[in-house]
Design a protein. Sequence first.
Lengths: 101, 154
Amino acid sequence: MGLTGYLIVSALLFGIGAFGFMVRRNAILMLISIELMFNAVNLSLVAFNAFLPPATNAGAVFSLMIMAVAAAEVTVGLALVIAIIRTRQTAEVDQYSDLKE
Amino acid sequence: MGAGIAVVTLRNLIHSAVAMMICFGSLAGMYALLGAPIVAAAQVLIYLGAISVLILFAIMLTQAGDAALPAPFHRQLPLAGVVALAVIGLTGWAVVQTDWGAAAEAASASAEAIAEAIFTRYALPFEIISILLLVAIIGAIFLARRPEEDERAN
């Protein structure tokens, strides 16, 4: 499987993540979909790093940094979601409509 | 990558979290295949170890027993499907159309090479990442505090 195969898998995974983010109604599932998209980008970065000539390992370093940022993001995101669920008693984003006219 | 599809379609929250773990594990295998063992190890540690456990804890904290599971999808399902398919199609078309040149097996991202890259060329982003993680920890603790403890502190 060459570079194209890895990139197509990455594109599929990103599309699935975007679809899940748009479609699901549960806040935690939306966070999981964001993680899927992060992983798709990571996969494409590592694939580029492995197959394209300038061998500086930038892709692997970038993907490690994306992982750290994703860990921070999911920590804060889950804290926010739990705080919201504690006050609203539901995880369905459709019902977070207090600011609606 | 059937596990990825299962993540977004399964109705039960815990089932889709387990599918997410399977997906992350297979991604770690792909990183190892791509000659980046340190990235694969970090994937297993961070995603399979930390983030999955965090998400499972959040699910357990928020789901008070699995009563009637609500309908999992929005009403804009067809529109979202069209948009996602368009994203996949466009990126896939771009990938296939582009001439990637001589796809040689270039760098093996060994641990030594990555360590040298991180601590020389990318030292500043590395330090910024550490500060970001500290800020995230403090922010998460602040957000997750219960309100009554907040009042007691004041």
